[in-house]
Design a binder for this molecule. Structure first.
Ligand code: MN
Length: 200
């Protein structure tokens, strides 16, 4: 069964002014759609055709580059839309708030480490906050890899992630990735992040 593009759970303009409408339109309708289309092309008529997205992502290192890149792209963007919200921002809530304090000392210290991971990613990639047996960790992956992949240097179950590809921010922030990362915190859906943390 072919994969399909999930609808954005809010309007294109909903994350303004932190993430602009045109960026969201192009990012969701063009970039994410292309990952879905190219993933479908890569698996069509092969033994991978009926596997779940999670299964493809977890075994990315044994599959083709097209499946690794586009399967990762589809998983990462589907995740990204969900952890953002027009009613987001503020401080973490629920058990993930305590886990952040336990792992990093404070919310601010976690943000600093997460932003450094995103800013320090050379070229394109992602910054992640993830769960390893109830303990939170921060890491970064290149391209469309993610911490679920067998090839990831840092493995964890993501609870928060930020796309630091230029296509995610260039129209509004140009070369200022650090400003985009700072603005990102205003639209983080902590309710969803906490759900993901509690689900493990
Ligand atoms: Mn992207």
């Amino acid at each position: 069964m072919a994969f399909t593009l999930p609808p954005l759970p809010y309007g294109y303009e909903a994350l303004e002014p932190h993430i602009d409408k045109l960026t969201m339109q192009i990012h969701h309708d063009k970039h994410h759609q292309a990952y879905v289309d190219n993933l479908n092309k890569a698996i069509a008529g092969t033994e991978n055709e009926n596997k779940s997205l999670e299964e493809l992502v977890k075994h990315a290192g044994t599959l083709s580059a097209a499946i690794r890149n586009n399967g990762g792209g589809h998983w990462n963007h589907s995740f990204f839309w969900e952890i953002l919200s027009p009613n987001g921002g503020g401080n973490p809530t629920g058990s993930v708030a305590k886990a952040i304090d336990d792992a990093f000392g404070s919310f601010e210290a976690m943000q600093e480490k997460f932003n450094a991971a995103g800013a320090g990613r050379f070229g394109s990639g992602w910054a992640w906050l993830g769960n390893v047996d109830g303990k939170l960790t921060i890491c970064s992956t290149p391209n469309q890899d993610n911490p679920l992949m067998d090839v990831a240097e840092c493995k964890c179950q993501p609870v928060l992630g930020c796309d630091v590809w230029e296509h995610a921010y260039y129209l509004k922030y140009q070369n200022k990735r650090a400003d985009y990362l700072k603005a990102f915190w205003n639209v983080v859906n902590w309710k969803k992040v906490n759900e993901l943390f509690e689900k493990k």
